[in-house]
Design a protein. Structure first.
Length: 257
């Protein structure tokens, strides 16, 4: 990573195909009028991405309120279907350093998408590596079956335009408000972004959520589903970093299996 006077440059000479290109496409896709600003891409190639440099400031309550309101607008920009990649990209993406499957054709429901493209690929990888055992796999698989059967679907929630990896480290507090970086953007459930915000701690989180709810009220029981949405990022951490995240993921899976 390189910080220049007017831009921030990420480099990776061994980057897999499309690693930086899909990130740039995601940033452009998330940059909707009235939504949360993004770190604007300046230049992208197969081995680097440069974005406009942002000067960071401490979080404030007023900035949190504005972030919450704008995030609702970003989500409400919508997506063609669950799992769709950002405009300008027609393949799979990445979350962190590993692959993120996209759905090029609509699936039956959000539950089917989440089970088949956000949980099962990482469960299979973790099991093949010996990071989780057969019993643990069975716990997750029960959750997947309930998801695919529509247990957690809400027909009133259309596909949202989500960041996809919205942990606090990808939320930059700058002098002119919050900006988003490092997306794994796709068509998803808006509760997924909100659940991710608090996974590793988030300054002013309750103010963000309250302001969001004022613009686009959240569905009844959404807090009860936070752990369900966090299963995906936890499983990606199991794959990337090993067994230290297994216990937390299993504990959450038991709540929904």
């Amino acid at each position: 990573m390189t910080v220049l006077s007017d831009r921030f440059v990420k480099r990776r000479h061994d980057a897999p195909h499309g690693f930086f290109e899909v990130e740039a496409a995601g940033l452009h896709w998330l940059a909707v009028p009235g939504g949360v600003p993004v770190a604007e891409p300046v230049d992208v190639s197969s081995d680097h991405l440069s974005t406009v440099r942002l000067d960071l400031v401490p979080p404030t309550g007023a900035a949190a309120d504005e972030f919450g309101r704008r995030l609702a607008v970003t989500h409400d920009a919508g997506a063609r279907h669950f799992g769709v990649p950002p405009d300008g990209w027609d393949g799979d993406g990445y979350i962190g350093t590993i692959g993120l499957p996209h759905a090029l054709e609509p699936l039956k429901s959000w539950g089917e998408f989440f089970a088949n493209l956000r949980l099962r690929p990482y469960l299979r990888s973790a099991y093949d590596r010996g990071t989780i055992d057969g019993h643990q796999l069975g716990v997750f698989e029960l959750v997947c079956r309930r998801l695919a059967a529509g247990r957690y679907d809400d027909p009133s929630e259309p596909p949202s335009r989500i960041h996809g990896d919205l942990w606090s480290g990808n939320v930059l507090w700058s002098a002119d408000g919050v900006h988003l970086i490092d997306p794994a953007a796709h068509g998803g459930h808006r509760e997924t972004d909100l659940a991710m915000l608090g996974l590793f701690g988030m300054p002013q989180l309750e103010r963000v959520l309250r302001a969001y709810d004022e613009v686009h009220p959240l569905a009844e029981g959404w807090r009860d589903r936070i752990g369900l949405h966090r299963l995906h990022p936890l499983l990606t951490h199991v794959v990337m970093f090993g067994g230290s995240y297994v216990a937390q993921a299993i504990a959450m899976a038991h709540q929904y299996g």
